[in-house]
Design a protein around this ligand. Structure first.
Ligand SMILES: [Mg+2]
Length: 212
């Protein structure tokens, strides 16, 4: 069955985790919790882990339990020098050009962060749509409602889509909605989560999709 939409996660999917972008965002999240929310320094890391497990993102926990403003949070945590970490990826652009389907980004980050990352990688023009955390009412992947919002905006059914992400929990929801799923990154398997394909690098996507 052919697919008509390609949906990509952003961070650690369109570039490797080793670039350190997510590490810098994580540092900013910790600082935000300590400096803006007033959480004790040694409590920040365990609380983040608890919020991520319970609600998908640290932001969801902070909104629920500390009434923080999500836009203030998203602006603060993404104030990192992405251009120091990412460079134009001509090979990725060339690979994307070979894929005729419309492409969207679906990220748990902010729209501004997505724009900066795609621009630094030199691939912004390949993506017709960007679905950021703001565009799904701050309800993150892997929540089903977030994926359903994206599908509705695309006018697509799950079976029309291929979804590419580095996190097995996100791929599990996508698969439950009928999408074909691709795990990208250093993990060679998604553990208990069945996937339709796994690639070490996003550069390998076109050759994998040729077999779908
Ligand atoms: Mg990711």
């Amino acid at each position: 069955m052919p697919f008509t939409q390609l949906i990509f996660d952003l961070d650690n999917t369109l570039y490797p985790a080793s670039r350190g972008v997510v590490d810098r965002v994580d540092d900013r999240i910790n600082r935000y919790m300590i400096e803006r929310v007033g959480i004790a320094p040694d409590a920040a890391a365990p609380l983040r882990a608890r919020y991520r497990d319970a609600y998908g993102t640290t932001l969801s926990g902070l909104m629920r339990h500390h009434a923080i403003d999500p836009d203030d949070y998203l602006t603060a945590i993404h104030e990192i020098a992405v251009e120091e970490l990412l460079a134009p990826d001509a090979a990725l652009g060339a690979m994307l050009t070979t894929l005729a389907q419309p492409k969207a980004v679906f990220t748990n980050g902010s729209a501004g962060h997505a724009e900066r990352v795609l621009s630094c990688l030199g691939i912004r023009t390949h993506f017709a749509r960007i679905f950021s955390l703001e565009s799904v009412a701050y309800v993150p992947k892997p929540e089903r409602i977030a994926f359903e919002t994206v599908l509705a905006r695309l006018g697509a059914a799950g079976r029309d889509c291929v979804f590419v992400d580095d996190r097995p929990d996100n791929l599990a929801t996508a698969r439950a909605l009928g999408m074909r799923t691709v795990l990208v990154g250093e993990r060679s398997s998604a553990g208990d989560v069945p996937v339709d394909g796994a690639i070490a690098s996003i550069h390998d996507l076109a050759s994998l999709l040729a077999r779908f």
